[in-house]
Design a binder for this molecule. Structure first.
Ligand SMILES: N[C@@H](CCC(=O)N[C@@H](CS)C(=O)NCC(=O)O)C(=O)O
Length: 345
């Protein structure tokens, strides 16, 4: 009897502790009516402001996709521009709901910050840019160079590893703000600019004479970039993760922003499951195909994502075609790339 009482008490305490720990991001987001999304302060192709709350880019579209999944409306999102140093604190403190800011998934970020990476929306790697007139053809010729970069990034750590491994000296010229990095490089206060390769191709577009600069062939690191959420809210983690998978599955199944309504009539069971279409089984029973239920959303969660932003390839082309980067590692798994989503079933 005594044991039973103790157990009952423990379960009461257990429940109340659980209720506190699981204050739901989805509920908060629904109550305020929008997703607060952390992005960079301006990086063409990823998150670029063209005025106030109007942003474009792959990272931006990802947050619009999350808003579409939750609200059926891709415009229900607000953006918080963050530099590299402040991004993870903003997420930890709860001032944003999701961080979608060209952030590299590393073990320490994923395990020691109370945060979780939800996927890799863009496979990248670190590269170097130099003024063409420097006459350098390989990163291995950079011994003794001064290198401009941003603090609070994996970039500065990889830079140190690379020069050490190749027994080369270098001088780091680092700034907290990206505009300061770019200014320093353009003013010749360093010989080299280093960041994720996509960043190099994006930033050179802002220079007065892009043709005066070249990207060196070496890629010195793995930079899997993706969205991040707080640990401890499995439902929100699943929403963000499956938003990413819905974008990929839609591409794989040929479901686009233009044909998504029509695709609801498709006889392909995979498409029916993605789009939450109710169908009659051969035995006369009904399959509701409602996979949104499992993440606290409606059956049309993925329809709304694709209506809002298109599939992964449409998001990619809309934003990254201007950087003239090929799909490469970001092609789907069945087209020679690494982008692979688990099935919806
Ligand atoms: N992927 C790296 C680097 C990310 C990063 O912050 N890159 C810079 C240089 S391209 C950037 O996006 N700056 C834009 C900003 O600070 O708003 C990381 O996660 O540490």
């Amino acid at each position: 009897m005594k044991t039973f009482k103790t157990l009952a008490l423990a379960s009461v305490f257990g429940l109340s502790a659980m209720a506190t720990a699981s204050a739901s991001t989805l509920d908060d987001v629904k109550a305020k009516g929008f997703v607060q999304c952390g992005v960079s302060q301006g990086l063409i192709g990823f998150s670029n402001p063209y005025d106030q709350n109007n942003w474009t880019g792959l990272d931006v579209d990802f947050c619009k996709a999350v808003a579409a999944a939750v609200f059926g409306d891709a415009t229900k999102v607000k953006f918080s521009p963050l530099n590299a140093k402040e991004r993870f604190t903003a997420l930890q403190s709860g001032s944003i709901d999701v961080l979608s800011r060209n952030s590299t998934w590393t073990m320490s970020r994923d395990t020691t910050l109370g945060l979780s990476f939800a996927g890799v929306t863009y496979y990248d790697g670190q590269g170097f840019m130099v003024p063409t007139k420097l006459g350098v053809k390989s990163a291995l010729e950079l011994g003794g160079a001064s290198v401009c970069t941003q603090t609070g990034t994996t970039t500065e750590l990889n830079l140190a590893d690379y020069f050490k491994a190749n027994k080369m000296e270098y001088k780091i010229v680092a700034f907290e703000k990206n505009e300061e990095v770019l200014k320093a490089y353009q003013e010749g206060r360093c010989d080299v600019f280093t960041t994720d390769q996509s960043g190099l191709y994006a930033e050179v577009l802002k220079f007065p004479n892009p043709a005066d600069h070249m990207v060196l062939p070496e890629i010195i690191s793995k930079e899997p970039l993706g969205p991040v959420v707080r640990q401890g809210d499995a439902q929100w983690f699943n929403i963000v993760k499956w938003t990413y998978y819905a974008l990929l599955n839609a591409e794989e199944l040929g479901v686009t922003q233009a044909n998504v309504e029509e695709m609801k009539g498709s006889a392909n069971p995979e498409i029916q499951r993605l789009l939450g279409v109710k169908v009659k089984n051969p035995d006369g029973t009904e399959a509701d195909n409602d996979f949104g239920k499992g993440i606290g959303l409606g059956a049309d969660w993925a329809v709304n994502i694709v209506k809002g932003v298109g599939n992964y390839s449409e998001v990619f082309e809309r934003n990254l075609a201007q950087l003239k980067i090929a799909r490469g590692k970001n092609a789907l798994w069945n087209q020679g790339g690494l982008q692979y989503a688990p099935p919806i079933r």
